[in-house]
Design a protein around this ligand. Sequence first.
Ligand code: ADP
Ligand code: MN
Ligand code: MN
Length: 335
Amino acid sequence: MAFKAEYIWIDGTEPTPKLRSKTKVLADGADLPIWGFDGSSTNQAEGHSSDCVLKPVFSCPDPIRGGDNILVLCEVYNADGTAHSTNTRALLTPVDEKYAAQESWFGIEQEYTFFKDGRPYGFPVGGFPGPQGPYYCGIGADEVVGRDIVEKHLDACIEAGLKISGINAEVMPGQWEFQIGPGGPLEASDHMWMARYLLYRIAEDFGVSATLDAKPAKGDWNGAGAHTNFSTRAMRESYDAIITACESLGAEGKVEEHIAGYGFGIEQRLTGLHETAPYNVYSYGVSNRGASVRIPWQVELDKKGYIEDRRPNANVDPYVVTRLITNTCCEALEK
Ligand code: ADP
Ligand code: MN
Ligand code: MN
């Protein structure tokens, strides 16, 4: 018998990369081979030498096809064996290894917005729903749309063995969130990309698209973020380490470096309104949802735990945000 392996990779779409996938049929018991694709069709190569290489790096059961079928997340390499310029995972691997002794954990809150017929799912034709207020964690057909998709996605993530830790309806109608974590930098990021794949794929069956656009509706509507929760073993044991991490993220040059890697269009989302801090001003505080970085109240009470970087956009690349935070905080904590 044979099984199906869905090879999944991150493309070169500007300004925000997208997922692509194709199916390989393999004989039972076969190893996962290296594969290739036409990079000229994914903005990853010129037409005259367009072969790109897919290298499997993480696989899990395929909850959509079921049976022995699997999902295979891949890194993209050039034909000469060097990492492709779009391969941000290759940049994270050495950082993950360098600071492995500090045992970094990430929990990423992925907000996203469903679209149908060219408008946010649940928005009336040519108009707007009632103002924000009742939708966040809402219950009932007058408050939320898309729960059937969301529940299917949650079950699929669990069945695939992904570290999904929860879901909730968000502030704008048609907007939802799932959380991945806690897990190591590579682990949480791989699981996030797989969970995104499952979201798009399952919504597809409902004729709905899911977008990570950071500002899906203009005007007085919340944007979509990817709050990134972070701790090291030291932070899980002491408040001094919590403060060191918070301070390190505000150090000279770090604010700009992080913002540049936190997703396209971040200036439009981090305006200082809608529970955000302005993108160019760094701050941290206990329970402060208007700060760049929040120390949860429980963490201040326990004098240990984790911090929440509230700045990353929904469209952030988890390989980039986890690399930046691990580098900045672990370097400071090592001293
Ligand atoms: P919020 O209160 O901001 O809505 P959520 O409950 O949505 O937070 O998400 C919190 C995330 O933090 C979860 O993904 C969870 O797995 C993660 N998390 C919990 N403890 C830690 C920790 N010690 N280090 C890193 N992440 C953590
Ligand atoms: Mn949340
Ligand atoms: Mn949050």
